[in-house]
Design a protein around this ligand. Structure first.
Ligand SMILES: C[S@@+](CC[C@H](N)C(=O)[O-])C[C@H]1O[C@@H](n2cnc3c(N)ncnc32)[C@H](O)[C@@H]1O
Length: 310
């Protein structure tokens, strides 16, 4: 098995003991065979590790570094390799590989990224709770703006709503149609929604209003296509959620790997909105803010209004 030429990033994991390097390498070799271990380089600083020529002395520090340069190309289960490492190292390996997966998807496969994030418990759980809290009228027509690959759209359909998803990205919609052929998903711009006035009973958007060029235009459009008395709601990362809050949440959820990397990225990179900003935004769209609700211990905030009567 040859390494994939396009897969360059090197994954490094710091282990605490030289013994772990030996044990881990031995297990990896036993489980995965030469085809894999040929490409696994374990470097560590201790002379005790130099017995094997594939261990390279790194000199100064006392940790070990495991370099699994092309793990993604391996057809066999990565967990078979990681199972051979010490407990601490396995956890770190999991974290590093989680971060590497996130980085790769971000750079090369954004639809794949959103499909994967949509499967995570903390993400899908908070989004589903938001939908359930909205109490949209039974069997109502719902538009999800910025639906990406349709994960939440699919939940809305399963819940019994007549649902339509729209997203500006061709790639997202193509992946969404492939994953959920039963859904009505279309390419369209949230700032110029391709629907008639009053066409839906609820119009929702998760993590969209905070990333668009003109949030006021998007909310105004969401209002326009919502029938009088219907529900307009958006969920965005909250500006009042601090780094300390994040640490507490992370510990409480006990996440590892990709799930942890995704939550960390969402906290660190997604544009956030504060309450006063949201109030101003709703006013600009002639919506009266009726309710705000926090999810993920305050990490996300949902803001909801009733569409005005004609
Ligand atoms: C951060 S993602 C959120 C996706 C999904 N709602 C979720 O919660 O996982 C933002 C989504 O909004 C879409 N988007 C951004 N600007 C848009 C626009 N002007 N009109 C429609 N969709 C847009 C992007 O293509 C992307 O799928």
């Amino acid at each position: 098995m040859e390494p994939c030429a396009r897969w360059q990033p090197e994954v490094s994991v710091l282990g605490e003991h030289v013994g772990e390097a030996h044990r881990g390498y031995g297990h990896a070799r036993a489980r995965m065979g030469a085809a894999v271990t040929r490409h696994v380089t374990i470097r560590c600083s201790s002379s005790a590790a130099l017995a094997d020529e594939e261990f390279t002395n790194r000199g100064k520090h006392s940790d070990c570094q495991f370099h699994l340069a092309w793990w993604r190309c391996c057809n066999r289960s990565l967990s078979a390799v990681s199972a051979g490492f010490g407990r601490v190292t396995v956890r770190r390996l999991d974290q590093v590989l989680g971060a590497a997966k996130l980085k790769t998807l971000l750079a090369r496969d954004q639809p794949g990224l959103f499909a994967a994030i949509g499967e995570l418990d903390w993400y899908s759980g908070s989004h589903r709770q938001w939908i359930d809290d909205l109490d949209i009228r039974a069997c109502g027509r719902v538009l999800e703006v910025g639906c990406a690959t349709g994960t939440l759209t699919s939940y809305l359909a399963d819940t019994g709503y007549r649902v339509t998803g729209v997203d500006r990205s061709d790639d997202m919609i193509r992946r969404g149609r492939s994953d959920h052929p039963e859904l009505d998903l279309s390419v369209g711009d949230a700032m110029m929604l391709p629907y008639e006035d009053d066409a839906f009973d609820a119009v929702i958007a998760a993590s969209v209003v905070n990333v668009v060029d003109d949030a006021g235009a998007v909310l105004t459009e969401m209002h326009r296509v919502c029938a009088p008395g219907g529900t307009v709601s958006m969920l965005v990362p909250s500006a009042s959620f601090t780094n300390e809050d994040f640490d507490t949440l992370l510990e409480k959820l006990g996440l590892t790997g990709f799930s942890q990397a995704a939550l960390t990225k969402w906290h660190g990179s997604a544009p956030k909105m504060g309450r006063s900003q949201i109030e101003t935004l709703f006013r600009s769209a002639e919506l009266e803010l009726a309710d705000t609700h926090s999810y993920l211990d305050g990490m996300a905030i949902a803001a909801t209004a009733s569409a005005r009567p004609d």
